[in-house]
Design a protein around this ligand. Structure first.
Ligand SMILES: [Zn+2]
Length: 87
């Protein structure tokens, strides 16, 4: 586990949501940014995470319909993959 800009990767991953939401104080947010800029592991994760947050934020449609469809798909998938009583 590397420590860059005074933060370890696991700390950065914990702080990242707050950093993206602007909830961290300036000094901490700057350290998170400095770490992410210097750490390829966190940079990759941070970019994916930021993109995901953007996607969720720009999607204003009610979540219920797609959510239910997704759950139905997951249930069907789980049922199909679960070994039967004879397996
Ligand atoms: Zn890192």
């Amino acid at each position: 586990m590397r420590e860059i800009a005074g933060l370890r990767c696991d700390e950065v991953l914990e702080l990242l949501p707050g950093a993206l939401d602007g909830e961290l104080d300036t000094a901490t947010a700057a350290r998170v940014r400095a770490h992410v800029a210097a750490c390829d592991q966190c940079e990759r994760f941070g970019a994916r995470y930021a993109a995901l947050v953007q996607t969720l934020r720009t999607r204003h449609a009610p979540a219920s319909a797609p959510d239910q469809a997704l759950r139905a798909r997951l249930r069907a998938r789980l049922a199909a993959e679960r070994p039967g009583p004879d397996a």
